[in-house]
Design a protein around this ligand. Structure first.
Ligand code: SAT
Ligand code: MN
Length: 624
């Protein structure tokens, strides 16, 4: 209340025009009106998720200069947007977990007391939507007919967000109807780009604000996001809800929200397995999810590329569902050679591309899409670009697409989507994989001795940073379960929750845990392992382990493939090179040990005793 009153004329909510069908749920209408009174939009629009709505909002974005329509023949029903050059990634520095007690947010999250944060946010949101339409997006995370799905309502002043949410989540009238039928609680998700328009003021193509806050109130189950239009900051069903808030729900309700792809793998014998894998952002989750195996007879089907909600089923096994409905994938590096299934998904259109380059014929392009670069492009900053000279007025080596440029595409278009994608029960997990990007030390694949050792492996996950978050690239950081930026509570409690989940059932029913690193480099500085489709060879070894067909080799850090076990037939790799990427190197681990110790010690009394015990075992082995 002690906020200075901003100098504008305040409208009464009843004078703000409303478009679309009013929800029956009074709780939704009440919250919408409360937000409208604060943010003062010109108009309120209840979104239904229809194709007509899509067309209308596409036209609006084209008129406002935010989007251009791509060539209908090359990319049907698709648009291209370029963001403000300062609004291209998640802003972890400005992401907050506002639990009542600081200790509940833990050492890995930014924290502020909810009352203090609400004061700041109310000030920022005051009049923030002036001159704009306030869109109301009901959405459902998970299949519409699954008991375990969760609901949300996002309020946003960005039509780009509405369109992206149509791709990424089950939203609109169908989600609202389901929510109403169940009288289900919903997570209020409030978003503004933070760029109000004064009367007569012209809009900019990508409105956003220098001040950004991505805020979570875990006890209240609410999300407030201000100042950014970028995916992970603005599509609140994704990281904010389906990971940060859902991880808290999972802790309280006995399930897990994880940063994992889900895939179905079928062996030449026709036996099906389900795998979930956690890698940090931009470390190949989308590629693995849609893997095109290079070994004959093996088949991969996709269930998800980013988020898995995991529960224990009636039979005591772990079941995973993907709460999302689309892919928000990193474009650079995605091409017919690396991820043909992603290309087939994208080429069906109905997609939004952000910060890629555009061709002279209204198509899209990014580094790694094709081996031969188009002779001329418009780069992600709108400059004329050629392969020889780079952008006009820039440096010759400047890339045409931003390294974190994205495609946003309906999952239903994926040609290898598993028929279980909409299964309300999810799929039973045989394997959980953790991984990261490490030049050295970490072998290509290591199997955990048991669940608790696997949890330890996940807890010590590490990776060299990528462009998916603002900040330096290539710096080593610990990223437990690839969830560092997404755990909605104390990381120590989160690890304990993993241990507890294992204790809810028996070891034989639990998925087997593996750790992979596709990124080990040789003395020449080049990746030793070919990666991409050849990662199927690593999955095959995992299945051989499950089926008792591979002995493996015990090391102090887990079980690695014994010589000759990894199927490298047809690969241009010497046995020495295979050994180089799969082996345990004692001196590298002796070097790693103090880093592991100081990471785990940083949790203090919150370090689960069973993880501490696993560290002791590793320490003993490495020191031998
Ligand atoms: O955070 S996003 O969802 O925009 C992408 C990512 O970092 O995984
Ligand atoms: Mn991700």
């Amino acid at each position: 209340d002690d906020e200075p009153q901003k100098d504008f004329e305040r409208k009464d909510v009843k004078d703000i025009p409303v478009e679309g069908k009013l929800p029956e749920l009074q709780s939704v209408v009440d919250w919408v009106n409360e937000v409208a009174a604060l943010t003062q939009p010109d108009k309120i629009r209840y979104c239904d998720g229809s194709d007509a709505e899509w067309d209308e909002l596409v036209d609006l974005l084209v008129k406002s200069g935010t989007a251009i329509k791509l060539n209908e023949e090359k990319m049907p029903n698709s648009i291209y947007c370029k963001s403000d050059p300062d609004d291209v990634a998640r802003v972890e520095d400005q992401t907050f977990i506002c639990s009542k007690n600081e200790a509940d947010a833990g050492p890995t999250n930014n924290w502020m007391h909810p009352d203090e944060m609400k004061g700041i946010m109310n000030g920022l949101f005051d009049g923030a939507m002036r001159g704009r339409t306030m869109y109301v997006i009901p959405f459902c995370m998970g299949p519409l007919d699954s008991e375990d799905s969760k609901f949300g309502v996002e309020i946003t002043d960005s039509a780009y967000v509405v369109l992206s949410m149509k791709i990424m989540a089950r939203m609109g009238q169908a989600a609202l109807d389901e929510m109403t039928k169940r009288n289900a609680p919903f997570v209020p998700c409030l978003h503004s780009v933070g760029y109000p328009l004064e009367p007569g003021q012209k809009d900019v193509p990508w409105p956003c604000n220098e001040i950004k806050y991505i805020v979570h109130f875990p006890e209240e189950r609410a999300i407030w996001s201000y100042g950014s239009g970028y995916g992970g900051n603005a599509l609140l069903g994704k990281k904010c809800y389906a990971l940060r808030i859902a991880s808290v729900m999972g802790r309280d309700e006995g399930w897990m929200a994880e940063h994992m792809l889900i895939l179905k793998l079928t062996s030449p014998e026709g036996k099906a397995y389900h795998l979930a894998a956690a890698f940090p952002s931009a470390c190949g989750k989308t590629n693995l999810a849609m893997l095109d195996p290079t070994i004959s007879g093996w088949k991969v089907e996709t269930l998800g590329d980013d988020i898995a909600w995991i529960r224990i089923g009636k039979d005591g096994r772990m079941y995973a569902t993907n709460p999302e409905n689309g892919f928000f994938g990193v474009a650079p590096g995605t091409g017919a050679a690396t991820n043909p299934n992603a290309m087939r998904t994208i080429e069906k259109g109905n997609s939004i591309f952000t910060n890629v380059a555009v061709t002279d014929h209204g198509g899209v392009w990014w580094e790694g899409m094709t081996a031969v670069k188009p002779p001329h492009l418009t780069d992600w900053k709108g400059r004329s670009w050629t392969p020889e000279e780079g952008p006009e007025g820039g440096r010759a080596n400047e890339k045409a697409a931003h390294p974190n440029s994205r495609f946003c595409t309906p999952i239903e278009q994926c040609p290898i989507l598993s028929e279980d994608f909409n299964n309300p029960e999810g799929v039973p997990l045989d394997i959980i994989i953790f991984g990261g990007r490490r030049e050295n030390t970490i072998p290509l694949v290591t199997q955990a001795r048991d669940w608790n050792h696997g949890v330890y492996m996940g807890a010590t996950c590490s990776s060299e940073t990528t462009a998916a978050a603002k900040g330096a690239v290539g710096v080593l950081r610990r990223d437990p379960m690839a969830m560092l930026p997404f755990i909605g509570y104390h990381v120590g409690d989160y690890l304990q929750h993993w241990v507890d989940m294992g204790n809810k059932t028996t070891e034989d029913k639990l998925p087997k845990i593996f750790y992979t690193n596709w990124f080990r480099k040789g003395a020449d500085g080049k990746f030793v392992w070919p990666g991409f489709g050849d990662n199927s060879r690593v999955l095959k070894w995992m299945i051989d382990r499950l089926e008792g067909k591979a002995e493996g080799q015990e090391t102090p850090v887990g079980i690695v493939p014994a010589a000759g076990e990894l199927d490298v037939e047809g690969l241009d790799m010497t046995p020495e090179a295979v050994e180089e990427c799969t082996r345990y190197v004692a001196h590298e681990w002796a070097d790693e040990l103090p880093r592991l110790e100081s990471w785990l010690e940083s949790f203090g009394s919150k370090l689960p005793p069973s993880i501490s015990a696993e560290l002791d075992k590793v320490r003993e082995g490495v020191k031998k």
